[in-house]
Design a protein around this ligand. Sequence first.
Ligand SMILES: *Cc1c(COP(=O)(O)O)cnc(C)c1O
Length: 401
Amino acid sequence: MLNLDYHPSGRHFLQIPGPSPVPDRILRAMSLPTIDHRGPEFGALGRELLDKIKQVFKTGNPVVIYPASGTGAWEAALVNVLSPGDRVLMFETGHFATLWQKMALRLGLEPEFLGLPGTEGWRQGVQADMIEARLREDGGHEIKAVCVVHNETSTGVTSDIAAVRRAIDAVGHPALLLVDTISGLASADYRHDEWGVDVTISGSQKGLMLPPGISFNAVSDKAIATSREAQLPKSFWAWDEIIEANRNGYWPYTPSTNLLYGLNESLDMLLEEGLDHVLARHQRWAAGVRAAVAAWGLEIQCQDAALYSPVLTGVMMPDGVDADAVRQLIYERFDLSLGMGLGKVKGRMFRIGHLGDCNDLTLIATLGGCEAGMKLSGVPLKDSGVVAALDYFARHPLDAR
Ligand SMILES: *Cc1c(COP(=O)(O)O)cnc(C)c1O
């Protein structure tokens, strides 16, 4: 039975790949009184954060912010640029790509779901050559958009978005490029303008270190132009009124005022540290966690070393071990939350989140909980992953600034 009175001492270790732990600085910023969303202070706040958020997406174009989870921003991206019956090319990288494809079906689009056989594609990234080959066959330009997930949170694979752009350009195909970086933004390298992305979808509760509840569409000029013609019904999600109101720092409806306080603080934290430093920090943590998995003698879900996610690592369990049971034991014994295997890999693996407000020692503690929990579950381990990660972190200091 759920016992809401149970409060273990110390901090819970929220090491799922989103929501990620919210820094105290952001919680404090969010605790300020809610203000008049039509007043002058709000307009100044809106203008400031709408300007700063562009730097995180690496775009000079507008970023639309919705009071919704990432799923809402997925829908917003599709309904703004597509019409009923439009063919869209999607790629099966894992559970989130699959959910987005199902949404496209429900919205009355005709998604074509490319992928590798079985669960093979759940260990690899987007295959740009398959996209290129399919677009080459589409001489009549029936395909209106290519939709891919940048950081597939269900597997720990970060796909090469620049390669997908090159594949579209190699064919000279006019399809729009829509990219989900809900879990990649502000943790993995992402470049909306440079990679020629038309709509980038993101969310608040992963690399931005906010609670869940707001999400984003970064748009290109081509996407905005397309949205004026696109015929899927849209009202709440329509970009035009929001972008218009945003010019003065306001929204056409009541925005999530306190989450926007948090976003403004998060943007200050990220930009003060420097995005390059933030990304290097995540790469280093990921490498330390992978050193632990290697020492344990276990397999990483991602099979392409060039695409290891800086955000999370999927750890595969040996045959016959129920990964969910291991996760549950770790939760109950050590007050540590890990991500579960989703969809096709349910029960086969668990996921360690190493994003946002972590440090070397919170990750060492996380790996300690994993190691002890696996031992208690009878998972055979070769060596200590904790010692391997400690050693990795000690030998690879992050540049002092
Ligand atoms: C978390 C996540 C989503 C879903 O976002 P919600 O905020 O749960 O609606 C979609 N795609 C990816 C890659 C994610 O990590």
